[in-house]
Write a protein of this length. Structure first.
Lengths: 370, 381
């Protein structure tokens, strides 16, 4: 699922008015054979190219020679890729220009030697992108083999400006790059994460053992697993401002990369993000109105009506009128209907003794109608 | 306590720890000097002048708004653009009040940001509100509530109708879906500067100085309040990004500039791209410090823990609130709020509330309670 999300997002490009989506692929030492992230990089490259005829890639190759990349791809895709060769001669040591390329070498490799001058770099990439656009590819993705190499030649703000300018440019629909996290300060890495929309990193499945403690032997054998599997963490910045976190397992078999989802991952983000929360005991307006409408089994409903209690022997009003008279037994039927009874049930309350004033066993203030 | 317009303002009790209810600050001599205050500025507790932040809830939380002559800093989250919401409301409020606005952003065309500013919601129920408030005031006369319990009544027992009138002008609700009218944006006193290609901050510093001096050129007493909004001051793509100390001295000079004039500065910065010590220095330079955090999407744990998780955009955390003329610290009831869009148009801040626990899974209350206490988050309030 993570892979699908990435490929789809890179392929779809940006909505008008937005900057292009950018994937930052992070590589680190604990995940062994740093080539794992490179494998993911290559995998993304091939899946992007193979998804359709519309996508084309401008690949800026620092880490490997361009012919390596061309050999990865089947010849059908050679037309949809343009390579910027920053591998052969980045520091312009070879005094003469290259002799014109022999006829069998593909025409889609452009040599770049002046890497210090980033505007020239930017214009070369854009030139290649326009080339591809002219050929009929609507979506051009820029892939940078390693931003770490770029940072050797140019300062951080200019590299970031270059990437931001690429994102803003209308010819570029998406971009992704690889960066080695161990070779840079944390703030450099976080700056790259700041300008990207997707951040993917690889972590080892089995953590390296703590050599200071005991129990080394057991965990060393399980370290073998690290060579074929890794944890793939993806952080997606969505348009609604929320972050989608995904964690999957990566399997590398015979040079091909497979993603599988791990169901048992739970995020502990919640605990770090929010303080102790309490229940909301305030009532909303609707709730307040509902509460006011509830009929309570009290003598006074607070609405001005004077309700009589079913006394069993005598009613309040009758006793007030005629304190000395005693009525035995049944009162008139009307008196029985009082608010002590709901529609469905009846509450029969027989007072214990005659001498008791009504409500003497309850708080006399209960009837106060404020 | 809320007092009528003409009365002498009773001093607010110094031991009022919570500034939650707006009734606890009395506009001192509001009617007599209201005419001499520039538009959009209100006098609050301790004689301090406030301007509205554009978000009524935030004004209430901060005890009146942003203090004039202070610097407000908002720590951004690299994952979410919520700081832009705060900036937009802040700038729109200034434009609606006719105040001068200076905006600096790390893009090539900062003027295009003005196109995203929201316009105020038209108040249709103004009459209804006045009627309710006078009712409440009558009731209040009959029933004297001890001042310390007033806060439990929420905003119902708040200001009287006179104050409520002014309050509508002071802070407007903004409709984030409607952009601000173009003629308001074309006025003379809105400036935009791009910080992307700048190799140092001297140009921005000069702009701020001239902006502030223009404010005081006007009539001495009535000089208009000014708003300076700087977006992502330490954005990594800016040319001066590696110069940590230059950025710090810029902020210090901005503070000095703002303190000697009628301006408020709001600076947003992504704290994650700075090194720890420099980030701390930035935070210490702020008078009011807020931070926005992004929330994970489709997180079942959070959905179970909080009510209204689906509508939340993100969290706003208040770290520091500016104080003026007082030694009493501001202790808030709650410092983390959730950002939500009410009816998809206006921004509201709500306190976080725990979701009701389902009866069938009675275990969840205990576990979530123990989880939040055992992890001991730093955001405890």
């Amino acid at each position: 699922m993570a892979e699908g999300l990435i490929v789809r997002s890179l392929r779809d490009g940006s909505l008008p008015g937005e900057h292009a989506p950018a994937l930052c692929l992070e590589d680190s030492l604990p995940s062994p054979l740093a080539s794992h992230s490179h494998a993911v990089f290559r995998h993304l490259l091939t899946s992007l190219l193979s998804t359709g005829t519309g996508t084309a890639v401008v690949l800026v190759a620092f880490h490997r020679s361009p012919s390596f990349y061309l050999s990865l791809l089947s010849p059908t895709f050679h037309n949809s890729i343009r390579l910027l060769d920053c591998y052969s001669d980045p520091l312009a040591w070879k005094p003469n220009h290259h002799p014109p390329p022999p006829s069998h070498s593909p025409q889609n490799i452009t040599l770049l030697t002046n890497l210090n001058h980033l505007p020239h770099f930017l214009s070369s990439i854009l030139h290649l992108a326009k080339d591809l656009g002219a050929q009929g590819h609507e979506r051009v993705t820029v892939a940078i083999d390693s931003v770490t190499h770029m940072l050797r030649h140019a300062p951080l703000p200019s590299v970031l400006q270059l990437l931001t300018n690429l994102r803003c440019h209308e010819k570029i629909s998406s971009l992704f790059w690889l960066i080695h996290t161990d070779l840079h300060e944390p703030k450099v890495i976080s700056s790259f994460e700041y300008i990207s929309t997707m951040i993917a990193s690889l972590q080892p499945i089995v953590q390296l053992p703590d050599y200071a403690n005991a129990n080394i032997s057991a965990s060393i054998t399980s370290l073998e697993e690290n060579y074929s599997k890794a944890k793939f963490n993806l952080r997606l910045k969505r348009r609604n401002g929320r972050v989608k976190l995904l964690c999957e397992e990566l399997l590398i078999e015979q040079g091909s990369v497979k993603f599988s989802s791990v169901p048992s991952v739970s995020s502990v983000v919640a605990q770090n993000l929010i303080p102790k929360v309490q229940f909301n005991i305030q009532l909303s307006d609707k709730e307040r109105m509902d509460r006011a409408n509830v009929v309570l089994p009290f003598e006074h409903q607070g609405n001005g009506q004077n309700i009589e209690i079913y006394d069993g022997r005598r009613s309040l009003s009758e006793s007030q009128n005629d304190p000395s008279s005693i009525k035995i037994g049944g009162l008139s039927e009307q008196k029985r209907s009082n608010n002590n009874k709901s529609e469905k049930g009846e509450i029969h309350y027989i007072r214990d003794s005659d001498d008791e004033q009504p409500d003497s066993d309850e708080d006399p203030d209960d009837d106060l109608d404020i | 306590m809320a007092t009528g317009g003409g009365q002498q303002a009773r001093p607010t009790r110094p031991s009022s720890f919570s500034r939650v209810s707006s009734s606890s600050f009395s506009p001192a001599s509001s009617s007599s000097t209201s005419t001499s205050l520039p538009p959009g500025v209100r006098i609050g507790a301790n004689g301090a002048a406030f301007v509205s932040s554009g978000i009524p809830d935030l004004d209430r939380i901060l005890g009146g708004g942003f203090l004039v002559r202070s610097v407000v800093m908002v720590m951004e989250d690299a994952d979410a653009p919520h700081h832009l919401l705060l900036l937009r409301n802040f700038m729109s409020q200034g434009i609606v009040h006719g105040q001068s606005v200076l905006f600096a952003g790390p893009t090539k065309e900062p003027r295009s940001f003005l196109g995203t500013l929201p316009s105020p919601v038209v108040q249709k129920e103004g009459l209804k509100i006045k009627h309710d408030v006078s009712d409440v005031q009558d009731k209040e006369k009959g029933l004297r509530i001890a001042w310390q319990y007033k806060k439990y009544f929420g905003e119902l027992t708040a200001v009287d109708s006179h104050n409520r009138d002014k309050k509508q002008e002071y802070s407007s609700d903004f409709d984030l879906r409607k952009p601000l009218e173009r003629q308001l944006l074309n006025s003379q006193n809105i400036e935009c500067i791009s910080t992307q290609d700048a190799f140092d901050l001297s140009k921005l510093q000069n702009h701020c100085l001239t902006f502030v001096s223009k404010l005081s050129l006007k009539d001495g007493i009535n000089s208009n309040a000014g708003r300076i909004a700087i977006q992502s001051l330490c954005a990594p793509q800016c040319g001066y990004f590696e110069k940590d100390w230059d950025m710090l001295s810029f902020i210090r000079s901005l503070r000095a500039t703002v303190q000697s004039s009628n301006a408020v500065a709001v600076i947003t910065f992504p704290a994650s791209v700075l090194s720890n010590s420099i980030s701390k220095r930035w935070q210490h330079l702020a008078d009011t410090l807020l931070s926005v955090r992004a929330i994970p999407d489709e997180d079942k744990d959070l959905a179970k823990l909080l009510t209204g998780y689906q509508d939340m955009l993100g969290f706003l955390h208040v770290h520091k609130v500016a104080q003026f003329n007082s030694q009493v610290p501001v202790i808030l009831d709650a410092s983390t709020y959730s950002l939500k869009l009410q009816k998809r148009k206006s921004l509201v801040l709500e306190r976080l509330n725990q979701a009701p626990v389902e009866g069938s899974s009675g275990v969840s209350y205990a576990t979530s309670g123990s989880c939040s206490s055992s992890k001991g988050s730093l955001l405890d309030f």
